[in-house]
Design a protein around this ligand. Structure first.
Ligand SMILES: Cc1cc2nc3c(=O)[nH]c(=O)nc-3n(C[C@H](O)[C@H](O)[C@H](O)COP(=O)(O)O)c2cc1C
Length: 173
């Protein structure tokens, strides 16, 4: 199963829109994928689902299970302060350690208002996932100036094409 993670809990996130576009590209290629939206996480999960509370929050546990059951994952990652959102790191820290990511495969997509397209964020995340034993696809689209390239839930031809290329590689990965 492929899970697409929208990497922020911000309301009306652009990341979630891109996650839906990604899901539709996968579907066109005959592959079903589920979206995991960090906005849906229990709001108190940092206090109730981490460390000594691991596995104890019944509303958070289904997300742990979803990641456990996923062989491939796609992370749609907005650039926040030169890196990825803190809520995404907290989510990762809430997964079963050390097995949640080991020997699995991930594709990363970055987006930003500025000119980096979350390039640094994707590097930071790649280091973490590699540390956790997860293989990260080399091709990582960096969707910079995202506001100029997304209108009415439709990406520019260039960016849509980059996602299509990545999907093809992910399916072979
Ligand atoms: C907390 C925060 C920090 C941000 N930091 C950056 C940044 O460092 N560089 C940048 O280009 N854009 C930055 N942005 C803009 C986001 O990358 C851009 O709005 C992106 O579309 C947000 O994705 P989202 O809608 O999924 O949250 C920031 C936005 C937020 C909310």
């Amino acid at each position: 199963m492929i899970t697409i993670i929208s990497g922020t809990n911000r309301k009306n996130a652009v990341s979630l829109k891109i996650a839906h576009i990604y899901q539709s590209i996968l579907r066109e290629k005959g592959e079903e994928a589920e979206i995991l939206n960090l906005e849906d996480l229990p709001h108190d999960f940092i206090e109730t689902a981490l460390y000594e509370n691991s596995g104890k929050n019944k509303d958070f546990n289904p997300y742990r299970q979803q990641i456990k059951d996923s062989k491939k994952m796609v992370f749609v990652v907005p650039e926040y302060n030169g890196s990825f959102p803190g809520v995404l790191k907290a989510f990762i820290d809430g997964m079963q350690y050390p097995h949640a990511f080991r020997n699995k495969k991930a594709a990363l997509v970055g987006l930003s208002s500025g000119i980096q397209g979350a390039g640094l964020a994707l590097s930071h995340l790649t280091d973490i996932f590699n540390y956790c034993g997860m293989h990260v696809l080399a091709q990582k689209p960096k969707l910079y100036h995202i506001e100029k390239n997304l209108s009415e839930n439709k990406l520019s031809e260039l960016y849509h094409g980059l996602l299509e290329e990545q999907v093809e590689q992910l399916l072979e990965f």
